[in-house]
Design a protein around this ligand. Structure first.
Ligand SMILES: Nc1ncnc2c1ncn2[C@@H]1O[C@H](COP(=O)(O)OP(=O)(O)OP(=O)(O)O)[C@@H](O)[C@H]1O
Length: 665
């Protein structure tokens, strides 16, 4: 593996510590190879051993609380390697599913950029599930940066290094085939080792990109022109176009078909929804790629959708060969990491993950499984069963045990979510527009507020009709909220039941805690970090992680939460929403105002670069966001970031949203 890192001794802080400040140079391909080669099934530890190792899960050893339980520090007898034991509380089906998910990914991921998992344990009697990780001595980034304010992280070089580590980590996940989407990128899921190197953790909500998911690729400028030629012109204005399916098969070295790929092209107007402009240079290509059955099974909630094979137009010319070959390699990677399914054949003693999950949920699955299951066994759909299809079916059958009782509910929930209208109120980028219109109306009505500051602020926080009506419906909660200010109400909207996402006050800011528990059923992601399209019930894609990374990058640079209401004067109030604030500063040409004042040895250029990259990642339209690969090249200086979109270009002070429009006209 091509891994190199440089270290230097940090002069700040009470004790000089060795902190890595260089960048590891790990190519994606190297990582994949390394992952395959080093991969070992997680070890199954006796429950009693882990209980002893953590002093019976002593509160004094508690490192933190997550969505499905607590994490404890400990040490195994005869080993000087400290461990972190994640203990799932009993009785939570959601937690159970996340646990299985996390364990699955713990087994297939093996990179210096992710938190290393050592094994797992299970106690049937107590209904306890445990995952054992290497202990990350510097805890999570949220805590280190915002609570403990570690001196190490007050040095710009280290902070920037953390940002690059995270970007590389996500890039690594996306570079796998099929790509792994983390789905919950946020500072508390980033853990710091003894050198303050950042590693991605908590794969409870991670997903392998599903079979039918659209991979949206946008190429801009040079990138948009394959072979330096002209733009590909969209042929199919609608998605999915009714046409016979065409496929490309990816074969392994022995000539066996590993996967097939159906491809379609479409016009960018397809994505030109919600008034998002597409630059003339942009175009969109949609690749509908099939993943392996293993991948489908790893993604319980997305799998049902994957069962229905879409009929897509196929445009061979639009397939780039690089993609095909990389797919081939990556498919092999996943197959090579097939320990999960192959454990039956292994001579391994107690490390039978499958057995243990069978033990845990097997009988319940039999009881609860629907007759026509989406994994293929009871499929009634008309299909010509080709050899590879047969092979797939066989695999699918083998994986049936993966289905948990919650699946059916999830499918229903997902359908409901999709039929719901997009949350208008999330469209922060249009807040300004709204604010302008409202102001104009007010003025026309002769109600121009005497206090400019007040009216600006009021407009700045969007009032959403939908939220308003939902609020009306919920009379109980309304009466509780009535005593709060409008901002409290808005914050409640963010954290509350309108989005069924993981909630974590710890991450987003001032949202009230609910006993420290951050998980809620169904949808994924954490408020403030979740991409708007996903919150609206859209498909999860790599671009969701890109968005979350954008928020995280701003948090790293600004040293504050994405939502922070201090209760101080109106001027503070305007900065409460970090994303909006960053956008406003971009327009005002004052991006550096966002930078954490406590940072030492600031490299202004790098800081500007980070904010610029963050704003690119935070574009509402997923297709306009850069890929993580592009993010890494920009952050490491291997490529120049493109110009910020027009709406972020500095404009005369009159356009600054918090000042009177009239003055500027
Ligand atoms: N390997 C580890 N080493 C050190 N601390 C850890 C480790 N794993 C987890 N922790 C600590 O335990 C906390 C809880 O972790 P967990 O992944 O369960 O939940 P979370 O990410 O904080 O919350 P959520 O479930 O909402 O995503 C983390 O924030 C971190 O502080």
């Amino acid at each position: 593996m091509d891994t190199s890192s440089s270290s230097s001794t940090l002069s700040c802080g009470p004790v000089a510590r060795k902190v890595r400040i260089g960048f590891r140079c790990i190519k994606s391909t190297d990582r994949r190879t390394a992952t395959t080669a080093d991969s070992k099934p997680p070890h199954r530890y006796p429950y009693s051993l882990l209980r002893r190792a953590t002093d019976s899960f002593s509160p004094s050893r508690r490192l933190g609380q997550g969505g499905f339980g607590s994490v404890f520090s400990g040490s195994l007898p005869g080993s000087n390697k400290p461990i972190a034991v994640k203990l799932m509380d009993s009785g939570s089906l959601q937690g159970e599913r996340e646990f299985q998910n996390e364990l699955f990914f713990a087994g297939i991921l093996n990179s210096p950029l992710t938190v290393p998992a050592l094994g797992f344990s299970f106690n049937k009697k107590r209904r306890r599930m445990l995952i054992v990780y290497e202990l990350m001595p510097n805890g999570n980034l949220q805590d280190a940066l915002l609570h403990r304010k570690c001196t190490e992280l007050m040095d710009w070089k280290n902070r920037f290094s953390v940002a690059v580590d995270i970007a590389r980590g996500i890039e690594y996940l996306h570079s796998l085939d099929p790509p792994v989407i983390h789905g919950d990128i946020k500072p508390s899921n980033i853990l710091l080792d003894q050198y303050f190197s950042a590693k991605i953790g908590d794969f409870g909500l991670a997903r392998v990109k599903s079979e039918n998911q659209c991979e949206i690729a946008v190429f801009e400028g040079e990138l948009s022109k394959p072979n330096g030629g002209g733009l590909e012109v969209a042929k199919n204005p609608s998605l999915p176009p009714p046409a016979p399916e065409s496929e490309i098969a990816t074969v392994d070295d022995n000539g066996s078909v590993l996967e097939t790929e159906s491809v379609a092209t479409t016009g960018f107007e397809e994505f030109n929804v919600n008034g998002v402009d597409q630059s003339p240079e942009s175009h969109v290509r949609i690749v509908i790629s099939e993943t392996s059955p293993e991948a489908v099974s790893a993604s319980p909630t997305t799998a049902p959708a994957a069962a229905t094979s879409p009929e897509m137009n196929f445009d061979k010319s639009s397939l780039d060969s690089g993609k095909k070959s990389s797919n081939k390699g990556m498919m092999k990677t996943l197959s090579g990491k097939d320990w999960w399914w192959k454990q039956e054949n292994s001579a391994s003693e107690s490390g039978r993950v499958k057995d243990y999950v069978m033990e845990w949920i097997g009988s319940e699955i039999k009881k609860e499984r629907p007759k026509s299951d989406w994994l293929g066994a009871g499929s009634s759909s008309k299909e010509v069963v080709t050899k590879p299809e047969k092979h797939k079916k066989h695999n699918r059958k083998r994986l049936e045990w993966w289905v948990s009782m919650e699946e059916e509910k999830d499918v229903k929930n997902a359908k409901k979510e999709k039929s719901r209208p997009a949350r208008e109120w999330w469209k922060e980028e249009y807040c300004e527009e709204l604010a302008r219109k409202k102001k104009k109306k007010k003025r026309q009505a002769g109600n121009s507020a005497s206090d400019d500051n007040y009216s600006a602020t009021e407009d700045w926080w969007p009032k959403d009709e939908e939220l308003y009506s939902e609020r009306k419906k919920k009379s109980k909660s309304r009466s509780r909220r009535s005593s709060k200010s409008s901002v409290d109400w808005w914050l409640d909207g963010l954290s509350g039941d309108l989005w069924r996402v993981r909630r974590n006050s710890y991450d987003s800011g001032e949202i009230p805690k609910s006993g420290g528990i951050s998980s809620t059923p169904s949808m994924r992601g954490t408020v403030c970090y979740i991409a708007p399209e996903y919150g609206g019930g859209g498909d999860i894609s790599e671009k969701c992680d890109v968005y979350s990374f954008g928020v995280l990058l701003l948090v790293v640079v600004a040293g504050r939460r994405p939502l922070q209401v201090t209760g101080s004067p109106m001027s503070e109030f305007q900065r409460a929403n970090l994303i909006s604030w960053a956008r406003h500063l971009a327009r005002a040409g004052k991006l550096l105002d966002l930078v954490d004042q406590s940072i030492q040895n600031l490299d202004k250029e790098q800081a500007l670069l980070c904010i610029t990259v963050a704003l690119l990642c935070l574009q509402k339209s997923p297709i306009r966001r850069p890929s993580m690969k592009e993010v890494v090249t920009m952050l490491t200086g291997a490529s120049e970031p493109p110009q910020l979109p027009f709406e972020f270009s500095p404009s005369p002070p009159s356009r600054f949203p918090f000042k009177s429009q009239r003055k500027g006209q």
